[in-house]
Design a protein around this ligand. Structure first.
Ligand SMILES: NC(=O)c1ccc[n+]([C@@H]2O[C@H](COP(=O)([O-])OP(=O)(O)OC[C@H]3O[C@@H](n4cnc5c(N)ncnc54)[C@H](O)[C@@H]3O)[C@@H](O)[C@H]2O)c1
Length: 343
């Protein structure tokens, strides 16, 4: 295992299905990182990246990675049901772990991963990709600086037509990203959540889910996720007392828009008080273009090399799994509010 801070971090990846090859590409071009192993049970999936990275050994045996004493870290990019078991094997082998979202399916399993990483002093990161999006990071800076005033509410749309999954519903497949963003902007954990959803294509697997998060400060967040929608939409709208912002990841030119629209704290008892709604400029801040996936893999490597803290820590992964489970419980109770412990 590499020790010197300037030695490259040797990383392996398990899972080369739809998403894994993207991570493999990012790892191969991450400064200070060597993609040493790529593993998948499926020969066809291995063949798709064969010869692409000359220094990378392909295998169908995760044991090859676990038994390589010179391997520092393993990325788990398999389907969600195996995240906990594979993540535990990685950490128990003494390696740093990057686990794709969601960190695990249950709160206990997610906590076990966090505890295992802490006990062995290993980095545990979760694939909350959008935390590394430069436009989201700029929006977070604007919110944290108070430029939008007090955040009153926010809502997200993650909609598409396609990539229907059989082993998880739209909530588990799509909402981890939105929950991670909502928690980051709120700076607190929700106290209560509720969700409604519908399964049209396959019984018991919701294709569309509407989720509602109430935070202790009064902030509320609404999530709309679906893979059965005419729109392709990846949007986050933040409404504050002094301004509003839209992060639209499908808009190539205008990913972030800030509206100088402010509300008055007074109540609208008379017509005159409507004048208290102020509207000003619309700003489109230019944010440097940096690939979120490369920022994410770079953060993982820096966390290993320099002990740098990462925003997508195991603790954040656990928090998102808590919210996902509470939303799922509400979904199964027809939208009944579910309270979260320790909020
Ligand atoms: N961050 C993002 O934006 C993003 C986007 C898409 C998917 N994902 C996540 O990536 C993960 C993978 O999703 P996907 O769509 O690529 O799934 P997938 O089913 O297409 O691929 C999973 C692969 O893992 C392999 N695999 C499973 N168990 C294995 C084992 N024990 N050893 C070796 N190989 C094994 C399978 O053969 C398969 O090729 C999921 O957790 C998903 O949520 C994240």
């Amino acid at each position: 295992m590499s020790t010197g801070s300037d030695a490259p971090v040797r990383v392996g990846i398990v899972g080369l299905g739809y998403w894994g090859p993207n991570i493999a590409r990012a790892l191969a071009s991450t400064p200070g990182c060597e993609l040493a192993w790529a593993c998948d049970l499926d020969a066809g999936n291995r063949a798709r990246i064969e010869g692409r990275y000359p220094g990378t050994t392909l295998t169908d045996r995760l044991e090859d990675l676990l038994e390589d004493d010179a391997l520092d870290a393993i990325v788990v990019a398999t389907g969600a049901p195996s995240h906990h078991a594979l993540g535990m094997r990685v950490l128990e082998a003494g390696k740093h772990a990057f686990v794709e979202k969601p960190l695990a399916l249950t709160v206990d399993d997610a906590r076990a991963l966090v505890d295992a990483a802490a006990a062995r002093d290993r980095v545990l990161m979760v694939g909350h990709l959008l935390r590394f999006h430069p436009v989201f990071q700029e929006l977070q800076r604007i919110v944290d600086a108070g430029d939008l005033g007090r955040v009153l509410y926010l809502y997200t749309n993650r909609l598409n037509f396609g990539k229907v999954r059989a082993d998880e519903n739209a909530l588990w497949s799509l909402a981890p990203h939105d929950i991670s963003l909502a928690l980051a902007l709120a700076g607190e954990r929700p106290a209560e959540v509720s969700a409604r959803g519908e399964a049209f294509l396959r019984e018991g697997v919701e294709d569309v889910v509407f989720g509602y998060l109430h935070f202790p400060s009064g902030l509320v967040a609404h999530l709309h996720v679906s893979w059965l929608d005419p729109h392709k939409s990846r949007k986050l709208t933040v409404v504050g007392s002094e301004g509003m912002a839209v992060f639209d990841d499908t808009d190539a030119e205008r990913k972030l828009t800030i509206y100088e629209k402010a509300s008055s704290p007074s109540r609208f008892d008379t017509w005159g008080e409507f004048q208290a709604l102020r509207t000003g400029d619309v700003k489109i801040p230019q944010v440097p273009n940096a690939e979120p996936l490369l920022q994410e893999t770079t953060a993982f490597v820096e966390a290993i090399r320099r002990g740098a803290a990462t925003v997508a820590s195991g603790d954040e992964g656990l928090a998102v799994v808590e919210v996902l489970n509470a939303l799922q419980a509400s979904l199964e109770q027809g939208g009944a509010p579910v309270r979260l412990g320790g909020a």
